[in-house]
Design a protein around this ligand. Structure first.
Ligand SMILES: NC(=O)c1ccc[n+]([C@@H]2O[C@H](COP(=O)([O-])OP(=O)(O)OC[C@H]3O[C@@H](n4cnc5c(N)ncnc54)[C@H](O)[C@@H]3O)[C@@H](O)[C@H]2O)c1
Length: 371
């Protein structure tokens, strides 16, 4: 088994590498490919996560073509896991066209090359795409119940991507569909919002931000009234989704050649105030302030994850509990001296790192390294 993982040196990548090494060890050849924007953003890890790989390639996904695959001995891949992305709404809006090129066009380009090469070798390959529940937009795609509350969205709900980031995810899903066949198995994993500890932690995610506030300031400030619903998932459980996608059968009753599936758990649809309270309880003497006077937040939605539960074996389904995720975050943050009360202006916010690279002349406006 020869697997290429793009965008492996980010927040989610280390958990994916670890899981794939466990699934396929020792025979699999695992190869990472990343340009390395956040490669230096390690937290308390004692071992570089990439040591679990057979090879780390530093390259830009926009430069992948057939010559690149030949030069790097990547024409006989069995699977590609596509994590590479300008990976949230704020970064995506820096330059929507670049977001489109990196997140969407480069992903589809590699899927086409993967398929062409597989046809030459007469073998079946898989392309696993890290999509996002952000394609559902405000989450009203399933309509409302009689009390006016949004019904949970599922894979048949209308999508309504609102940002450059979300649009790039949806455009990729659409472009991958016609490529899928008995040669190329495509799985689009619509991940819930990620959370939890990672060798490359990021603190621009709600639960992680609450945990950092609790540890460093003994205070969690919830700007909304705390009522909005959010589906979240721990990075280890995202990795379970990736492992599922690579090995899944493409027989019709198991999802077919092209599968779009929400990755998360119905049990992890919580209200923001529950996340805040849980983080508050995990760290002694933490004050949780909820702005009960705030206007109701329209960005409230729940997601239905029944399809994943019905398709995947239990070992691929979410295993973490919110409590264990919060405790790992708490311990990880406590053990990382570079996370302090200034964490919101630190490298653990991806946008700060990216803007810092540009400001200091390390990367140009096209997000290319200046060598
Ligand atoms: N974290 C979440 O909440 C979440 C939720 C849903 C989906 N996802 C998706 O999962 C994937 C992984 O997310 P993450 O949180 O680890 O993101 P991340 O930003 O931490 O990591 C993305 C990686 O892609 C790399 N990358 C970006 N542009 C590149 C380029 N041009 N060439 C090569 N590498 C490039 C970056 O260097 C980085 O290491 C992304 O596709 C993201 O959109 C994440």
């Amino acid at each position: 088994m020869k697997i290429l993982i793009t965008g492996n040196m980010g927040y989610v990548g280390p958990a994916v590498i670890k899981r794939l090494r466990e699934e396929y060890s020792p025979k699999a050849e695992l190869i990472g490919l990343d340009t390395g924007y956040f490669a230096h953003s390690l937290t308390d890890s004692l071992v570089l996560p990439e040591t679990l790989l057979n090879q780390q390639i530093f390259a830009d996904v926009r430069d992948i073509d057939q010559d690149f695959l030949v030069d790097n001995d990547l024409t006989d891949l069995d699977a590609v896991v596509w994590l590479a992305a300008i990976s949230n709404d704020v970064m995506g809006e820096l330059n929507p066209d670049l977001t489109k090129q990196i997140n969407y066009l480069s992903a589809v380009n590699l899927a086409k090359l993967l398929k062409e090469n597989a046809q030459k070798l007469n073998k079946q390959v898989s392309f696993t795409f890290a999509s996002s529940c952000s394609v559902y937009g405000d989450g009203s795609g399933s309509g409302f119940d009689k009390d006016g509350n949004k019904l949970p969205v599922d894979e048949n709900s209308e999508v309504n991507p609102l940002t450059a980031y979300a649009k790039s995810k949806r455009e990729t899903e659409i472009a991958l569909e016609p490529l899928a066949d008995s040669t190329l198995k495509v799985t689009c994993l619509r991940f819930a919002t990620a959370c939890g500890m990672s060798d490359r932690l990021r603190l621009d995610l709600m639960l992680n931000d609450f945990a950092a506030g609790a540890v460093t300031e003994k205070e969690i400030t919830v700007l909304s009234d705390g009522s909005p619903w959010r589906p979240i998932i721990a990075t280890e459980d995202m990795a379970g989704g990736v492992a599922y996608a690579i090995q899944r059968s493409n027989l019709d009753e198991k999802g077919g050649d092209y599968l779009v599936v929400n990755i998360g758990s119905n049990d992890w649809n919580y209200q923001v105030k529950d996340f805040a309270n849980m983080c508050g309880e995990a760290v002694d003497r933490t004050k949780v302030s909820i702005n009960s006077a705030a206007e109701p937040d329209k960005r409230s939605y729940r997601v239905n994850f029944d399809k994943f539960t019905s398709l995947a074996d239990k070992k691929y389904l979410p295993q973490e509990t919110l409590q264990t995720a919060v405790e790992k975050l708490r311990d990880g943050i406590q053990n990382t001296p570079t996370i302090d009360t200034n964490y919101r202006t630190s490298k653990y916010m991806r946008i700060n790192t990216l803007k810092g690279h540009i400001k200091e002349g390390r990367i140009d406006q096209n997000l290319r390294w200046i060598r």
